[in-house]
Design a protein around this ligand. Structure first.
Ligand SMILES: [Mg+2]
Length: 307
């Protein structure tokens, strides 16, 4: 195993340095490794790129989705490998990639060096995202998703904040240019996603959405009434595949340009980055991720079901 840089977020929800260090000694003793503890002040993607140039070949992110995304962003297009030890309050990327939650199991997988999944990325300007980009209802839900309430109520927190936002978010016309083909539609939500989980592992698209198949998916909803919202949420929570009149799905192989009549806030992997218009590019196989679930490719003609 090439030199390993372990990037530990010591304040991540479930990272306990007093447990992490002995576990690193147990599992990585045969490799040459170094630990970098994040402060929250650094530009992590740049740090990772610098360390790559110094010869580190494996980067282990110990933290939540924020840490993982920043480390992954620094690895885009390189031959270096990413290992993940899930330690955040949200570990969606690790969850969707099938990475074990337990510290020892996650480190044993990394120490074994494989299998490798070629994780796709989404590029928005200079930013790389790995989970989802969205506008509409989800942005309001994200804006007031209070971590404390989320911990206490679990998925009910989304229900609460969805109901609250439903009244505020109007149906609007979105103009999507998908790989050069234009679609105009009425939507309360436009979601561009690289992975099945939507903000919580309990809310998940069908297994057809894969993180390493060289394409991203777009799901648009039109929910004018509370009952629409509740039934979509219920389908997601129960993982019920269903074709709905008010839900549309599209595959994106190269890029999508999203425009709306009025500028609308956009979130990228949980951060509010600005407003429409936004262009999302697919970067296929951007990062070599150590994950137990090998990326199966879907047939090119296959259409994902709605949910
Ligand atoms: Mg995909």
């Amino acid at each position: 195993m090439a030199d390993v840089l372990v990037i530990l977020n010591p304040v991540a929800g479930n990272a306990r340095p007093e447990r992490v260090y002995p576990a690193l000694t147990r599992h990585l003793a045969r490799a040459s490794y170094e630990v970098y503890e994040t402060t929250g002040e650094e530009d992590l993607p740049t740090l990772v790129r610098e360390r790559r140039a110094q010869g580190f070949g494996t980067f282990v992110a110990i933290g939540g989705d924020g840490t993982v995304r920043a480390v992954a962003a620094g690895l885009v297009g390189s031959q270096a490998c990413l290992g993940i030890v899930p330690a955040g309050t949200s570990n969606l990327l690790a969850h969707d990639a099938g990475i074990p939650e337990r510290l020892d199991a996650a480190l044993a997988l990394i120490a074994g060096g494989g299998p490798i999944m070629r994780l796709d990325a989404m590029q928005i300007g200079e930013t790389f995202a790995f989970l989802n980009v969205s506008l509409g209802l989800s942005v309001g839900v994200l804006r007031d998703a209070d971590p404390q309430r989320k911990r206490k109520l679990g998925r009910l927190a989304y229900l609460w904040s969805g109901i609250k936002n439903l009244a505020a978010v109007g149906v609007q016309t979105a103009h999507l240019s998908i790989d050069g083909v234009r679609h105009d539609l009425r939507a309360t939500e436009v979601l561009v996603t690289n992975c099945p989980s939507l903000g919580a592992p309990e809310l998940s698209l069908s297994g057809e959405v894969r993180m390493g198949d060289g394409r991203i998916e777009i799901v648009t909803f039109r929910t004018r009434h509370l009952v629409d919202y509740l039934s979509i949420l219920l389908d997601l929570a129960l993982r019920r595949p269903r074709q709905r009149r008010n839900v549309r799905t599209f595959d994106v192989f190269s890029h999508v340009i999203i425009e709306t009549d009025a500028p609308t806030q956009v979130q990228v992997d949980g951060d509010l980055i600005g407003a429409t218009p936004v262009t999302v590019r697919v970067v296929p196989g951007a990062v070599r991720l150590i994950a137990p679930r090998a990326a199966r490719r879907r047939p090119l003609t296959g259409r994902p079901e709605a949910f």
